[in-house]
Design a protein around this ligand. Structure first.
Ligand SMILES: [Zn+2]
Length: 537
């Protein structure tokens, strides 16, 4: 009897533990689609039939948040696999101002080593040194030295922030080919072959994409203020050798996925005793968004092609037979161009007043206070720095004048001093309810952030000169903060979730899935119990 009881208890225990902690996946595949807002995802989900439709059979959160104010590529990617807000990762923007550097623009790039000889904010040496914390891949390798941490992207900063300090392979598009910053790492044959094949693709013209009815329904030509560019009805065609056109087309994402597939095959990812991580950041959606705005035919063509490209990549992964866990998210969302938003009834949509630029504002305040020098350094929104060369008393006068001038402007939602942001406690809980000050706090760093933090009102596009980009992101508003967070693994039951989650929750959730120890409370994010068997403590 006693023996039977023990056997029954053992069987029960075995069933329970199997149910609570399923076999860990062998390969984690984390895909970030740059500038893929949850608004776009919500709109296009019914149109997807390829790789992006895969998530319909998974667990989908359409209320995912990049919760912080500085919704740019580098901070956004720094949250995804660290579990931390930019205030903790230290990656507060794509570029910040460091007035101690010798270069004239004082601008430091998030993924560079500015101490490298001859580097500038434009021609920089790629580095992970600004990332203050460990990534999931770093943590996996610390526990399981044979685990592989691999990243591929259209942008260096995305690959660096997703893989961190201990990457085995890291490849990104430099405008001409896929390159790496990792010294002494053997170049995989698949990367050499992909680069050779890409030279031919680049040298040939890109044919116009044929819009299906859903896309041609969006083909309304719109003239952009300032530059007079016409956008809305483009086909993403490009001339032979047009590298910028290549970048703003699905061909960039297709090539990034081809490099990723080559690395999976050549490195046998997911086939060793310890789990591997493959991070992929697909950048073309962001370039298409900046070039045309996310509301026209161009973005429609991009997203439907991206769906096909990811579909091909997943079909390849399926054929390998590897048990992989798939994640989809984005580094930030985006806002459509004001010219089109107004046609759709968003009457407050506008381009920023050029007088709000930090240089223009600094010049005006300098004249007013009788000060020379730049006075203020920065752009239209986010971090604005007061010239360090000014005397402390003059800096105080500038701060007071600048705060008053920003706050009095009808396009400005708020302007905070760094002291105000610094003394705000780090926000927790539902990010939808965070105040603007709390959002600012989540991407504030005492050493790197500005002396003044400026936030424009919703639907104000911080681009006055439209000769290069027409549309952007970077605001503390939900169109830039809300992103998809979705999980899929073979055989799982579909689950569509309405609850609010954060991109910082992805890392602790994946850690729980693979049994990676994580001290509770050691990162900003939380394991998602809807997806993984989280530790109860
Ligand atoms: Zn962008």
């Amino acid at each position: 009897m006693r023996k039977f009881m023990l056997a029954a208890a053992a069987a029960l225990f075995a069933t329970q533990s199997a149910a609570q902690a399923p076999r860990p996946p062998k390969l984690l595949v984390v895909i970030s689609v740059d500038q893929f807002s949850a608004d776009l995802w919500d709109e296009y989900r019914p149109q997807f039939t390829g790789g992006l439709a895969r998530f319909e059979a998974g667990t989908t959160f359409h209320n995912g948040y990049q919760s912080h104010a500085a919704t740019e590529t580098c901070p956004g990617h720094s949250t995804i696999l660290t579990g931390d807000h930019p205030a903790t990762t230290g990656v507060i923007a794509n570029n910040w101002v460091d007035q101690s550097v010798t270069r004239s623009d004082k601008s430091v790039y998030c993924a560079e080593n500015e101490q490298a000889p001859g580097s500038s904010s434009i021609s920089y040496k790629v580095s992970d040194q600004h990332l203050r914390v460990a990534t999931l891949g770093d943590r996996m390798k610390a526990v399981w030295p044979t685990s592989r941490n691999v990243a591929v992207s259209g942008k260096d900063r995305a690959a660096v922030m997703m893989s961190g300090h201990h990457a085995d392979q890291r490849w990104y598009w430099d405008g001409k080919q896929y390159v790496t910053d990792l010294a002494g790492v053997p170049v995989p044959r698949s990367v050499t072959l992909a680069n050779a094949a890409l030279q031919k693709v680049l040298a040939a013209p890109g044919e116009p994409l044929q819009p299906p009815p859903f896309c041609s329904g969006k083909a309304q030509p719109i003239t952009v203020e300032g530059s007079g560019k016409v956008v809305g009805n483009g086909t993403l065609a490009r001339a032979a050798g047009d590298a910028a056109g290549f970048r703003a087309s699905p061909a960039l994402d297709g090539s990034t996925l081809a490099v990723a597939a080559g690395l999976v095959q050549e490195m046998n990812l997911g086939r060793a005793a310890t789990p591997d991580l493959l991070s992929i950041s697909l950048s073309a959606t962001d370039y298409v968004g900046h070039a045309y705005g996310p509301g026209g035919q161009e973005m429609c063509l991009q997203l439907l092609d991206l769906d096909r490209e990811i579909g091909d990549f997943l079909a390849f992964l399926d054929r390998t037979g590897v048990d992989y866990q798939l994640v989809l998210t984005a580094d930030h969302g985006g806002l459509d161009i004001p010219e089109r938003l107004r046609l759709h009834g968003v009457s407050d949509a506008a381009r920023v007043d050029p007088a709000l630029g930090a240089a223009a504002m600094g010049k005006r305040i300098g004249q007013q206070l009788g000060l020379s020098g730049p006075v203020l350094i920065g752009e239209f929104t986010g971090d604005v720095y007061i010239d360090k060369a000014l005397k402390p008393a003059d800096r105080t006068r500038v701060l007071k004048e600048a705060l008053a001038a920003y706050r009095a402007h009808p396009q400005v939602a708020a302007a905070y001093s760094r002291e105000q942001v610094a003394k705000t406690p780090m926000p927790t809980g539902n990010p939808v309810q965070w105040t603007l000050l709390q959002r600012a706090r989540a991407s504030f760093d005492d050493q790197r952030s500005g002396d003044i933090l400026v936030f424009l009102k919703p639907n104000i596009t911080p681009i006055a000169d439209t000769s290069r980009y027409v549309s952007t992101h970077g605001s503390p508003w939900d169109y830039d903060r809300r992103v998809p967070i979705a999980f899929w693994r073979k055989g799982q039951a579909p689950s569509e979730r309405e609850d609010v989650v954060e991109t910082t929750d992805i890392m602790p959730t994946l850690a729980a899935m693979i049994g990676l120890p994580l001290t509770p409370g050691s990162v900003d994010g939380h394991c998602l119990a809807a997806v993984a068997a989280c530790q109860s403590r």
